[in-house]
Design a protein around this ligand. Structure first.
Ligand SMILES: [Zn+2]
Length: 302
């Protein structure tokens, strides 16, 4: 991409304001917008994950902002149709562009941006490639895109008081990504997992598969009545969803390990590993292939 285009991404003023995003009220004061299950690819549009907001008596917390400032602005519009309370916190569950590139839409609210203590570093490492790809991913909606690092970084746990409800944040070691953070609402026992949990959509590995399997065990211990995954439907049976994810990830792990033991190449392994999960997940072939390409070289050195 030319330097001019890169400059345009950062300098173009104003964001096209579209209609408010459709949101589902899943509990008192909790709203979720569900993106479509599309791969992050040319013209994917920036709207593929779950993005949410939570309203307390003092103000609002946003949980993920979508893949462009336009999606973020449309989420903000949806908030404004429900409440005039101030937007106090913008929480990013992890670094991925579909979850965090809408942050700029909330700068006008001067919120506290909240994320994992490793999120700033992950954003800095990836900003070049993300901003370069953003025009391809979302076209004109790339205008105004910024990676906005957290002003409140969480390395273990942290509580946010929204008034009448507390959001308890927990940071995890590298698992799905290097910057995974969960959010738990004490008033309704609702858990946001970010991409530590995928429902329907094939889980994608951008961190450490073995550590992710351990973190799944930790998530099972949380006594939640309702779980909002990073992608897919909200569920009141988070344990069953974690079981399905664990089944895919452990099948992937054992199939890739045994392919390596048998001396298979990565290309051969891509054709065979975790094929028993085919048909159980959306976007299976592209994501499973990418997962194998990522973990094969790591597991070769075990
Ligand atoms: Zn995601």
């Amino acid at each position: 991409m030319s330097r001019l285009l890169l400059t345009m991404i950062t300098l173009l003023p104003g964001l096209a304001l579209g209609a408010a995003l459709p949101v589902e009220k899943i509990a008192p004061g909790i709203y979720v917008h569900h993106g479509e299950h599309k791969d992050i690819d040319a013209d994917y549009g920036g709207d593929i994950c779950n993005i949410s907001f939570v309203i307390g008596s003092k103000g609002v917390a946003v949980i993920d902002t979508g893949g462009s400032p336009v999606i973020g602005a449309r989420l903000r519009q949806a908030i404004r149709e429900v409440t005039a309370l101030p937007i106090l916190y913008v929480i990013n569950t992890h670094v991925h562009p579909d979850h965090a590139l809408g942050n700029a839409a909330f700068k006008q609210d001067h919120p506290v941006f909240v994320g994992h203590s490793k999120l700033s570093e992950a954003m800095a490492q990836r900003s070049g490639i993300y901003l370069q790809n953003q025009l391809v991913w979302v076209g004109a909606d790339a205008a105004g895109t910024e990676l906005i690092p957290p002003t409140l970084a969480v390395s273990t746990t942290h509580d946010l008081d929204l008034g009448g409800r507390t959001l308890s944040l927990t940071a995890y070691p590298v698992a799905h990504s290097p910057s995974d953070l969960t959010v738990f609402d004490t008033a309704t026992r609702t858990l946001w997992t970010g991409d530590l949990l995928f429902i329907e959509r094939t889980p994608s590995v951008d961190g450490d598969l073995l550590s992710w399997l351990q973190v799944i065990g930790q998530l099972r211990e949380i006594n939640s009545t309702r779980t909002v995954p990073g992608h897919g439907a909200v569920t009141d049976n988070g344990r069953a969803a974690l079981d399905a994810e664990e089944r895919y990830l452990s099948t992937l792990l054992s199939d890739v390990r045994s392919a390596i033991e048998q001396g298979h190449s990565m290309e051969q392994t891509i054709a065979t590993a975790a094929q028993s999960e085919q048909g159980k997940w959306v976007l299976f072939n592209t994501t499973n292939r990418r997962n194998i390409a990522r973990i094969f070289p790591m597991l070769e050195w075990e």
